[in-house]
Design a protein around this ligand. Structure first.
Ligand code: MRU
Length: 354
């Protein structure tokens, strides 16, 4: 059995094709984007979201925008490459996969420029190849994380698994990160009841995670964020698994706001807390979680979300999009390379660098 996963990003030689995640679950609307402003806006407004998906979209976005211009020279193209890269990099600050993918495109651009036989069309072909490679590697990464993650679950038992935000197919080009072990396990007869925290203020847990798990045939229950403690106390949760937007060198992991509270609760109730993320989500240049820049978003998302005013107009609102879970609260980090139990700086470096 192969699970039906929503396709959030597609590659088209001339346009970036995105499933508009702001319209889910009501409408499956595809966007066909070919301008720098529309691609920037799609990332900024979370039409495409989730750390790996943002990186893939930015990589294709670079290619699509550069392919549309008739540059008089490769120097002119290089100049615009830098401007475009800076523009996309300014869309969202926390998910490191965005910067990772843009750097990878830059490296490929520079390597091609050094070749003797290089032309504008050869350069574009190389950039398309690189975007396709990022996409394909992400799909393989999802499966590898799924395989490693599944080792943490026992087939003979029925598992209650809590997740927060969306780290599934919509957030990647494949089976996701946190949801990948659940999809693979479901295909192989493992039994999971997934509890998806709704994830205020933008409701990625109820709008996206519940949507894609239900579509894939998995058993899913939506919880308001403030129900997590009760449901854990009731004994319904045997494991928590979430994604990450940036993991510092010491294993501290930034993920959607509310994640650290879930980790503290899981530790209180003695429930294992897992983070699933590819190597591209690690930022070894950032020593610890306190150094990760946390995106601050518009107040309207909190007090006027989804067309309903739920707070007075002139009251101050605090809207950080992410928080950092201390490495000491993480039972294990699952990557495409394997599992880092009780992460520390030494274990993270050994896992990633060998
Ligand atoms: O603001 P979002 O929706 O982009 O936040 C996404 C998350 O926090 C995800 O959990 C994270 O990016 C992991 S995606 C595999």
């Amino acid at each position: 059995m192969h699970t039906t996963i929503p396709v959030s990003i597609q590659h088209d030689p001339v346009r970036l094709v995105l499933l508009d995640q702001t319209k889910l679950p009501e409408e499956e609307l595809f966007l066909y984007l070919d301008s720098r402003d529309s691609i920037y806006e799609a990332i900024k407004k979370l039409r495409v979201r989730g750390a790996p998906a943002i990186g893939i979209a930015a990589a294709y976005g670079m290619y699509v925008c550069l392919a549309r211009q008739a540059y008089p020279s490769l120097e002119a193209m290089a100049h615009d490459f830098t401007a475009l890269k800076q523009y996309f990099a300014s869309s969202r600050p926390t998910a490191v996969n965005l910067f990772w993918a843009l750097e990878r495109m830059q490296k490929r651009f520079d390597a091609e420029l050094r070749k003797q036989e290089i032309s504008r069309s050869l350069m574009l072909k190389a950039l398309l190849d690189e975007s396709n490679a990022i996409f394909a590697e992400d799909q393989a990464m999802s499966i590898a994380i799924g395989e490693h993650g599944l080792k943490l679950f026992d087939k003979s038992k029925h598992w209650g698994v809590m997740t927060h935000c969306n780290a599934g197919g919509l957030a990647t080009s494949g089976y996701g990160t946190a949801l990948a072990p659940l999809y693979l396990g479901h295909e192989r007869g493992y039994r999971f009841s997934v509890y998806s925290n709704e994830t205020r203020p933008l409701l990625q847990g109820s709008r996206l995670t519940a949507y894609e798990l239900a579509k894939g045939g998995l058993d899913v229950t939506i919880l308001c964020d403030n129900m997590a403690s009760l449901v854990m106390k009731e004994g319904k949760i045997n494991a928590v698994i979430v994604g990450a937007d940036r993991i510092a060198a010491n294993g501290d992991a930034a993920n959607k706001i509310g994640t650290s509270g879930v980790a503290i609760l899981a530790n209180h109730y003695g429930i294992p807390f897992y983070v699933a993320a590819p190597s591209s989500t690690f930022d070894l240049a950032t020593k610890q979680g306190d150094d990760i820049e946390i995106e601050q978003r518009d107040a309207e998302e909190v007090v006027n979300g989804f067309g309903k005013r739920t707070g007075p107009k002139d009251v101050r609102v605090y809207n950080p999009a992410f928080d950092v879970t201390d490495a000491s609260l993480i039972t294990a980090i699952i990557t495409e390379k394997g599992i880092i139990e009780h992460p520390t700086t030494e274990k993270v470096a050994k896992h990633l660098l060998g």
